[in-house]
Design a protein around this ligand. Structure first.
Ligand code: COA
Length: 384
């Protein structure tokens, strides 16, 4: 008689969610979780947020060093020259249902853009760099095109005098952006550009490590980013604030949610054990822009929520908390918050794909098997 099926008895050795696992080496970005510090290529995020631009930061991530004046000019011109979407990508976006999630449309458009990429099939580092520049340049145009179509507004071509952040605001809203708004979005893009081995970047590296192309890798990354535990959290934060409505209801609302063991979106982090350094910039911009827009209540509500969650759960807010109210007072629709995250993070994903391809080995971990063993196959009619 055959033995009854039994589970493997070995104790699992894998930390759930790969917590604390160092999966690869990288020279791009590092999160100091205990200190609440973040660096891109050795530069502190505060210095970049205070003094840099998104274009400069994207160059830094891709090339390893801050650009000289000429290099920045060349990079910015390359971005501007690539902003227009190929016809096939425009058609795919136009064919999407108007009710589709912008992240799904964006992911599909990015995937399709490989059809006509001039460097398709060439995986040399220089060709991959050119593809990365095109991907970074085209995301804002993709998001704006879909948004204009679904709001029955005429799509707008990028304007030459604007940087990537300004162009995104212009192409979605149709109005030339207020300089303070454009600057705030530019800083937000710097802050979101990379974050070491977060879920979407890890996904991109796993895909890239099979020697799949950069378009495939970043398409997978975008699917990962959309989840509410990752980049989708910013939209959920704003939905929560709209549900709470007024600051005087905030404390009771959060206490009730915590009592029901609900997660408060925009709080917690796998790596940070103190405040996420990006949150300080977003908190300040959310307050300043909220006051200027005559909508200080969102920031006011958030301060109360932050205080309660900190006291009750010992949790700090993350990048998605104050970015939500900042985007809201800039008039950006809720479902474009995560696409903005993608617009920025595209630079980090591409840098990681280039780094992976430059020194590649297939990423293929093992699983702790906890299923049954030694089962006997029986014909269909004799199965219980
Ligand atoms: N609100 C309330 N409790 C939270 C929480 C939150 N936002 N985030 C974590 N916790 C609690 C969990 O309930 C859990 O408590 P328990 O041990 O009593 O069950 C504990 O903290 C650990 O949480 P866990 O989900 O296991 O941590 P993680 O490292 O796997 O997850 C996040 C990290 C970011 C996914 C998690 O904090 C989260 O879901 N946050 C909300 C979504 C979000 O803002 N995502 C954007 C991240 S930048």
């Amino acid at each position: 008689m055959r033995p009854m099926p039994t589970a493997v008895e070995a104790a699992p050795t894998s930390p759930k969610g790969l917590e604390g696992v160092v999966a690869n080496q990288s020279a791009i970005c590092y999160v100091f979780g205990e200190e609440g510090r973040l660096i891109y290529r050795g530069y502190d995020i505060h210095d970049l947020a205070d003094h840099s631009t998104f274009e400069e930061t994207a160059y830094l991530l891709l090339r390893g060093d801050l650009p000289t004046r000429d290099q920045l000019k060349e990079f910015s011109l390359a971005i501007k020259a690539s902003q227009k979407l190929p016809k096939v990508v425009q058609r795919i976006i136009k064919d999407a249902p108007l009710t589709a999630s912008p992240m799904n449309v964006l992911r599909t458009a990015v995937s399709a853009s490989v059809f006509v990429d001039p460097d398709k099939g060439d995986d040399s580092p220089t060709a991959e760099y050119r593809k990365a520049v095109r991907l970074i340049a085209q995301l804002p145009t993709m998001v704006a095109l879909f948004h204009r179509l679904r709001s029955a507004q005429r799509p707008l071509a990028p304007r030459r005098g604007l940087n990537l952040a300004g162009n995104f605001l212009y192409m979605t809203s149709g109005a030339l952006p207020d300089p303070e708004a454009a600057k705030a979005l530019d800083v937000a893009l710097i802050l979101h550009a990379d974050h070491e081995l977060n879920a979407s970047t890890f996904a991109a590296r796993v895909i890239a490590a099979t020697l799949a192309d950069i378009h495939g890798a970043v398409t997978g990354a975008m699917a990962a980013l959309a989840g509410p535990l990752h980049g989708g959290a910013n939209t959920e934060v704003m939905k929560m604030l709209l549900e709470i409505e007024t600051p005087d209801r905030a404390e009771a609302w959060v206490r009730a949610a915590l009592a029901q063991k609900k997660k408060i979106m925009g709080f917690g982090h796998r790596v940070y054990r103190t405040e996420d350094p990006r949150a300080a910039h977003l908190r300040r911009m959310s307050e300043e822009l909220g006051r200027k827009a005559g909508q200080p209540q969102w920031h006011g509500m958030q301060q109360i929520i932050e205080d309660v969650v900190r006291r009750e759960k010992g949790l700090y807010c993350n990048v998605d908390f104050y970015s939500a109210s900042m985007y809201y007072v800039l008039g950006i629709p809720l479902d474009l918050y995560t696409p903005i995250f993608a617009i920025s993070r595209m630079s980090g994903w591409c840098a990681h794909v280039l780094e992976q391809h430059a020194d590649n080995r297939l990423i293929r971990p093992r699983a702790d098997y906890i299923g049954p063993m030694n089962r006997t196959w029986v014909p269909t009619g004799r199965r219980a």
